[in-house]
Every structure is written in structure tokens, then in C-alpha cells.
Design a protein around this ligand. Structure first.
Ligand code: NDP
Length: 287
């Protein structure tokens, strides 16, 4: 038996369509959500991300404001731009594309963003709010994973969930979200000693490691739901952190790479921008 494919591409398209409908209704009330994306330097991967973020923002009817700064921009100039965006009522979401050039202090830059406009959910206040169960802006990639999990499994309560990776961007917020949904959460990382055994006990595996086909097929518990966050460029194209062909023989459901988590990330960025817009206007949070 092979696993059900979790179609993140289709789910993301549906989510964007729902967002577009909400944006249309807001526009009828004179409100157009605006997302500012700031790119410092010329990192090729970042340029691709920024371009597709801009395109999809416009596709759902939001205003996209792109700011491109040269790599040698002084940090003070970037902070001054963030201040202006914080003060601008036409801007509901601010995203500073990471990584930043080496001369910049990433934490200082992120923490300069108004937490209410922090659509990446990386500001320390949003991290703390998520950790303490308060209303937060939630990082886009783990939010997308959570949506796919809830859609496939319904309740996550009592499930054994293993998150492989403990980055601030994916692993840690993923673990917080699973905990918030009452899963029993284990976080593994490069010092974990018994990873295959931990994996064999997991009803849910979220792999965010950054190593091609790292999670082996015989680590997967029969029927488990496997979410593969990894994006690794190899000679045979883009592959995830899970050995997909082997894992799909045992898993109950699995996300493909590409076409799984990736498309959910930008859709969740738009969802967060919508959330930021409704909150600042005193409207109820979108579903
Ligand atoms: P990081 O490099 O920041 O984190 C990787 C994590 O994996 C670390 O916590 C590290 O542990 C852990 N790790 C490394 N080697 C091992 C090992 N041998 N065993 C167990 N754990 C290990 O990566 P990110 O979290 O930013 O991203 C992870 C992957 O997800 C990448 O492939 C990235 O491209 C992808 N990604 C995809 C996105 C999407 O939209 N689909 C968005 C963001 C990321 P330690 O902390 O001990 O070093």
C-alpha cells in the first residue's frame, strides 16, 4: 500500500482563492491590505522568493510594495526604512527577506518591525506570544504545515509528533503549534542520538533538516503522516529531507517535494497579511 499524497499545491491555491474573496470584500469597505517586502542584496534564491511573493500578493488583490536595497546598505538605513513602513497606514505587513548581509544584526532588524505588522512571525514578541498561548503572528512555513496536518488528520490531540530540526524559522515554532494542538511533541536535532527509534514511534513526522533524503523509509511508523519541509537541490532536481520513494511505502500520508509545504509558505504569508489587516481594523480574525 502506498501513502496518500498531501497536495499542498492544491490546498495553497484554494487558500489563496479564499483570501482573494476576503480581500475583495475588504476593498468594498475601502480597505486594501498592503504587504511590504524588503530585500537587501542580490542573493539569487531570495530574489526568486521576493518576485513570487510580489506576484502572488497582487494576484489576491493586495498591494505589494517591494524595496530593494544594495548589499552594502548601512543597518541604520534599513532601520529607518522599517520605521517608515511601521508608521505607514497603507502597509499592513512587513517582511524583511532573510538572510541579511553579514554586517547586519538580524535580531535587531527583525525586532524593529512593529509586531502587529510582523507577518513572518519572527519578532520576539510574537515568538513569546505563541509560546505562551496568546494571539500571535505565526511563522508561515510551520503554519502551512499545521494547516495540512489539521486538514488531513482532523484533531492532532494525543498524537506523537516528531519535529526534526530546531531552527527559529521552522522547527521551534512547529513544535509550539503542535503542542498548542495537544500533540505529544519531541524535537530532534543534530545531537539527537536515537533518531530512527524516535521516528518509529511518531504518528506525525515533520522533517526540517536541510539534508536530502535524510529520513529513511524504515524509520517511518506504518500509517504515519509525514510532512517534508526540506528543499534540497540535487543532481536529480529538488528533493525533500525525506526519502520519498521509500517512505511512501509505509506512511499513511506524505507531502511531495516540490508541491507540498513550499506553496503553503507564501499562501500563509498572504493569510498573515490578511490577519494583520483585519486586526488593525478591529474586524474578527479570518477563519
Ligand atoms: P536550519 O539549517 O536552520 O536548521 C536545520 C536543523 O536541522 C537544525 O536544528 C539542525 O540541528 C538539524 N539537523 C542538522 N543535521 C541533523 C541531523 N543529522 N540529525 C538531526 N537533525 C539535524 O534549516 P531551516 O529550519 O531553516 O530549514 C530546514 C529545511 O527546510 C531546509 O531544507 C530549508 O531549505 C527548508 N525550508 C523550506 C521552506 C519552505 O517553504 N518549504 C521554508 C524554510 C525552510 P542543530 O540545531 O543541532 O544544528
Amino acid at each position: 500500500m502506498t501513502a496518500t499524497l498531501i497536495d499542498g499545491k492544491a490546498f495553497a491555491a484554494d487558500l489563496r482563492a479564499r483570501i482573494a474573496t476576503e480581500v475583495e470584500a475588504m476593498k468594498a469597505q475601502g480597505i486594501t491590505p498592503g504587504l511590504a517586502v524588503v530585500l537587501v542584496g542580490e542573493d539569487p534564491a531570495s530574489q526568486v522568493y521576493v518576485r513570487s511573493k510580489g506576484r502572488m500578493t497582487r494576484e489576491v488583490g493586495m498591494n505589494s510594495h517591494e524595496h530593494r536595497l544594495p548589499a552594502e546598505t548601512p543597518q541604520a538605513d534599513l532601520l529607518a526604512l522599517i520605521d517608515r513602513l511601521n508608521a505607514d497606514p497603507a502597509i499592513n505587513g512587513i517582511l524583511v527577506q532573510l538572510p541579511l548581509p553579514r554586517h547586519m544584526d538580524e535580531a535587531a532588524v527583525i525586532n524593529a518591525i512593529d509586531p502587529a505588522k510582523d507577518v513572518d512571525g519572527f519578532h520576539i514578541l510574537n515568538v513569546g506570544r505563541l509560546a505562551t498561548g496568546q494571539k500571535a503572528m505565526v511563522p508561515c512555513t510551520p503554519l502551512g504545515c499545521l494547516m495540512l496536518l489539521r486538514n488531513h488528520l482532523g484533531s492532532l490531540s494525543g498524537k506523537n509528533a516528531l519535529v526534526i530540526g530546531r531552527s527559529n524559522i521552522v522547527g521551534k515554532p512547529m513544535a509550539q503549534l503542535l503542542l498548542r494542538d495537544s500533540a505529544t511533541v519531541t524535537i530532534a536535532h543534530s545531537r539527537t542520538t536515537n533518531l530512527p527509534d524516535l521516528c518509529r514511534q511518531a504518528d506525525i513526522v515533520v522533517a526540517a533538516v536541510g539534508l536530502a533524503r535524510f529520513v529513511k523509509g524504515d524509520w517511518i511508523k506504518p500509517g504515519a503522516t509525514v510532512i517534508d519541509v526540506g528543499i534540497n537541490r540535487t543532481d536529480d532536481g529538488l528533493v525533500g529531507d525525506v526519502d520519498f520513494d521509500a517512505a511512501k511505502q509505509t506512511a499513511g500520508a506524505i507531502t511531495p517535494v516540490p508541491g507540498g509545504v513550499g506553496p503553503m509558505t507564501i499562501a500563509c504569508l498572504l493569510a498573515n497579511t490578511l490577519t494583520a489587516t483585519v486586526r488593525v481594523n478591529g474586524l474578527p480574525d479570518p477563519e
